[in-house]
Design a protein around this ligand. Structure first.
Ligand code: SF4
Ligand code: SF4
Length: 306
C-alpha cells in the first residue's frame, strides 16, 4: 500500500508526522521523500545512505550538419525550447520538458538525445518499528533546476524494486503539479493541517485538489489546541473551522496532535517526535491503525466491486 502524507501549505508538521509514522510502522516499509525541492525526512530518520545516482532528463542535441532549418521541431515545441534564428537552430535545454516529440518528428534525424541533470536519487536504510532494515529513498533537485515532477517520476520508478509491503511518501506541500504528482499513485492520502486561518484556507484547497482522485483521505490536525482558548481571532476560523469543515465535508480526522514543547524540542534536535515524546508515540500509533484500516477497507471495497 502507498500512503501519501501531504499538506496544503508548508510548516504544518507533515515531515514530523511522516518521520514518526515511518519510525513506528509495524510492517516492512519504505520511507520516500518526494519533497525534492527541499527534502528533509533524512534529517529525522538518519538513514544510512548506500546509493545515489544522477537523474537525467532527455533533451535534444542539434546536429547542425544534418539540420535543414525546416523549423518543424520549433513549431512543434510548446515550450519554445527550440528556435530557428537565421541560419542556426538554437536549443534551450533549460526550457525543455523532455517530451521527446521533436526527436521523433525531425525528418532529417538531426536531433539526438542528450541529458540535462535534474538532481540526485539517493537510497539507503533506516531503523523502523519492527523492521531493522527499512528502505529509504529521496529525490534531491539540482540547485537551479525548475522542474521537479520529472525527478519525482524517476524516484517513483524505483518504488516497485523496494519489495516493501508499505510505502510512506513525504509529499511536497501545496496543491500544484508536484504535490498532485506525489499523491496520484497513493492508495491513501493523509492531509496534515493546523487550526489557523491560513491552515484552514490551504486545507480546503488541498481537499478540492486531492478528493477528485477518489482515494480514502483523512486529516491530521497538528497543534490542535492552539486556538481553543476563546481567542476571538481564532473563533470560527481556527480549530472549530477545521473541525467544522471536516464534519461538513465528511472527512475523518484521524489524529489530533496537541501543541507540545517536547515535540518542538525533539524536532529541533533532529529526533523522531514519536520516539522522543510518549504522548506523540500514542497518537502516531493510533493514526497508523486508522491509515491501515482505511487502506484495508479500500481493498475490501474494490474486491466487492470486482
Ligand atoms: S525538424 Fe530537424 S531538420 Fe527541421 S529544423 Fe528541426 S532539427 Fe532541423
Ligand atoms: S523534447 Fe519536447 S519539450 Fe523538449 S525541445 Fe523537444 S519538443 Fe520541446
Amino acid at each position: 500500500m502507498i500512503y501519501a502524507i501531504a499538506s496544503g501549505k508548508g510548516g504544518t508538521g507533515k515531515t514530523t508526522v511522516t518521520a514518526s509514522l515511518a519510525a513506528l510502522w509495524d510492517r516492512p516499509v519504505m520511507a520516500v521523500d518526494l519533497d525534492v525541492e527541499e527534502p528533509n525526512l533524512h534529517l529525522f530518520l538518519h538513514p544510512e545512505l548506500t546509493g545515489g545516482e544522477t537523474a537525467l532528463m532527455e533533451v535534444p542535441v542539434v546536429d547542425a550538419a544534418r539540420c535543414t532549418l525546416c523549423g518543424q521541431c520549433a513549431a512543434f515545441c510548446q515550450f519554445k525550447a527550440l528556435s530557428v534564428m537565421g541560419k542556426t537552430l538554437l536549443a534551450f535545454p533549460e526550457m525543455c520538458h523532455g517530451c521527446g516529440g521533436c526527436l521523433l518528428l525531425c525528418p532529417e534525424k538531426a536531433l539526438a538525445p542528450g541529458g540535462r541533470e535534474l538532481g540526485q536519487v539517493v537510497s539507503g536504510h533506516f531503523r523502523a518499528g519492527r523492521s531493522e532494515d527499512a528502505g529509504f529513498l529521496m529525490g534531491r533537485l539540482r540547485v537551479g533546476e525548475a522542474m521537479s515532477p520529472p525527478l519525482m517520476r524517476q524516484v517513483k520508478a524505483r518504488l516497485p524494486e523496494s519489495g516493501a509491503a508499505d510505502i510512506l511518501i513525504d509529499s511536497p506541500p501545496g496543491v500544484s503539479c508536484p504535490a498532485v504528482n506525489a499523491v496520484m499513485d497513493a492508495d491513501v492520502i493523509v492531509l496534515v493541517t493546523e487550526p489557523t486561518p491560513f491552515g484552514l484556507h490551504d486545507f480546503r484547497l488541498a481537499v478540492e485538489a486531492f478528493r477528485p482522485l477518489g482515494k480514502p483521505l483523512g486529516a491530521v490536525v497538528n497543534r490542535s489546541d492552539i486556538n481553543r482558548s476563546g481567542d476571538s481571532r481564532g473563533a470560527g476560523m481556527g480549530d472549530s473551522g477545521v473541525q467544522n469543515f471536516c464534519r461538513a465535508e465528511g472527512i475523518p480526522v484521524w489524529a489530533e496532535i496537541p501543541f507540545s514543547r517536547a515535540v518542538a524540542e525533539a524536532y529541533s534536535r533532529g529526533e523522531v517526535a514519536a520516539r522522543a515524546v510518549p504522548e506523540m508515540h500514542a497518537v502516531v500509533l493510533a493514526l497508523m491503525a486508522r491509515m491501515q484500516g482505511a487502506a484495508a477497507s479500500q481493498t475490501t471495497g474494490e474486491a466487492l466491486h470486482a
